[in-house]
Design a protein around this ligand. Structure first.
Ligand code: SF4
Ligand code: SF4
Length: 192
């Protein structure tokens, strides 16, 4: 009989202890005892020390960026992408011509004369596997992962989560209307 009541007491006391712990956590839930309420709250970014000189490490797989003023629309990055997540559209214009207001600059930083107007340059980062392959064939070195040796061109990002999946499609090309494209390509007979 004694063992019977002892067992009941142990069950009840264990239950009470467990409930007390649960209650304590519920009361303290906003006092730092749980995971941060990301993305509304964010930990400060720690000093980055990953054991080597980032300037010498050429594959920081963080986030792709394209300097459109240097892109010549050669499609090499699009063709090499193993998952086809880069979409580029171009229109032919006179080589080296500088066309105002349509996002086309005649000469790249490397001195290459641009012959194509890039009207679409989208990268769907939800499909990107961060293989970095697209960066190697670029003759203008204008598509690259941010941070590391490219820190001077573009700082590494803290993170790039989005609420909407569509916001993960990065659109690098400057907005160009059909009328502007027609003027740039001379299709309306009044090329600038
Ligand atoms: S990193 Fe790889 S998967 Fe991502 S866009 Fe470049 S080639 Fe495609
Ligand atoms: S390889 Fe470079 S220059 Fe060619 S389309 Fe891609 S980003 Fe532009």
């Amino acid at each position: 009989m004694r063992a019977y009541f002892t067992t009941i007491w142990e069950s009840v006391s264990t239950l009470i202890t467990g409930m007390a712990i649960t209650w304590r956590h519920m009361v303290n839930i906003r006092k730092g005892s749980v995971t941060l309420q990301y993305p509304e709250e964010r930990w400060p970014r720690p000093e980055r020390d990953i054991g080597f000189d980032q300037g010498e490490y050429n594959v920081i797989r963080s986030r792709l960026h394209v300097d459109m003023d240097d892109c010549i629309g050669c499609l090499k990055c699009e063709r090499v992408c193993p998952v086809d997540c880069i979409k580029i559209e171009t229109h032919r214009v006179d080589k080296g011509e500088d066309i105002p207001d349509v996002g086309h600059t005649g000469i790249t930083s490397n001195g290459t004369k641009k012959a194509l107007l890039v009207t679409r340059f989208d990268i769907d980062m939800t499909e990107c596997c961060y293989c970095n392959l697209c960066t190697y064939p670029c003759p203008e070195e204008c598509i690259y992962m941010t941070g590391g040796p490219n820190s001077e061109k573009h700082q590494i990002d803290y993170e790039f989560s989005q609420y909407d999946r569509n916001d993960m499609v990065y659109r690098f090309a400057k907005e160009t209307s059909e009328e502007q494209v027609a003027i740039a390509t001379g299709e309306n007979g009044e090329k600038k």
